[in-house]
Design a protein around this ligand. Structure first.
Ligand code: SAH
Length: 247
């Protein structure tokens, strides 16, 4: 039986991709994905009899992959980070459910940007957190805004995926304004660009000033909660050991 692998490649570096991901890629007749991510993993795959899918449209890519599997091919669709977090597994499963297709699918988990960026920032996610994608391509802006309010009022550490795009530059400003309704302007904000990739940049700013930093579509923005503080080059969200123990 042939399989559709939905492979999370993590940030793309060899050290942060799992053995299962590599095995799935090696077991695939066809590997599909955004060209930039194909490039990242090509160098790690030993059996190179692989046809990279060149389609850029997610819907078309998913449909083509499902068709290849039905024709008896093993196919991997790769996503950066984790495929189940704003990745290709979503559209694939929606299509499978809508058409009641019955094919063998395996999701291979990957290190999501929240993990990779978090590890570079220190321990920002040591207490309750949430992630919000600022992409309004599939989610209406008013829902995104409602969720930012909820994150702010709930005092969740908040990771902002897709903080800006070439077309969408205003929503991040709105996100900052909303967060300032709930948190102090000195709240630490981490800005991680290209985690574990060429061009990696890790910076820590504040809710007041973080927009002065270069934020692009390869950046994850991490807004601390009301207890998050900075220690040297790290962000610490305390789990409050100090309240229970003498440290
Ligand atoms: N499936 C991916 C997320 C895709 S959405 C995952 O699990 O990580 C794309 C967004 O993820 C980017 O706009 C950026 O905010 C974030 N991202 C992905 N890779 C990143 C990296 N290496 N460094 C920083 N942010 C990253």
């Amino acid at each position: 039986m042939s399989t559709l692998y939905l492979v999370g490649i993590g940030p793309g570096n060899r050290g942060e991709i799992t053995e299962d991901a590599i095995k799935s890629l090696e077991d695939s007749d066809i590997i599909m994905g955004y060209a930039k991510y194909i490039e990242l993993i090509e160098k790690f795959i030993e059996n190179r009899n692989v046809v990279p899918g060149s389609v850029t449209d997610e819907m078309e890519r998913a449909n083509r992959a499902i068709n290849y599997v039905m024709q008896g091919k093993n196919v991997s669709i790769i996503s950066s980070g984790d495929s189940g977090i704003y990745g290709m597994a979503g559209i694939v499963f929606e299509i499978l459910a809508a058409h009641k297709y019955d094919i063998d699918v395996k999701i291979i988990p990957g290190i999501t940007a929240l993990n990779s960026a978090g590890s570079l920032l220190g321990v920002p996610f040591m207490n309750d957190f949430c992630s919000i994608s600022l992409s309004d391509r599939l989610t209406p802006v008013d829902i995104i805004i409602k969720r930012i309010h909820a994150a702010g009022s709930g005092d969740f550490v908040t990771a902002l995926y897709n903080p800006v795009s070439s077309r969408r530059t205003e929503l991040i400003k709105k996100a900052r304004e909303i967060m300032l309704e709930y948190r102090d302007k000195s709240t630490p904000v981490g800005i991680v660009k290209n985690a574990y990739r060429d061009g990696q940049k890790v910076e820590i700013s504040t809710l007041e000033n973080f927009l002065n930093f270069n934020i692009d579509m390869f950046t994850l923005v991490v807004i601390g909660n009301s207890s998050t503080y900075v220690y040297g080059k790290y962000m610490i969200t305390p789990r409050n050991y100090n309240k229970k123990y003498d440290i």
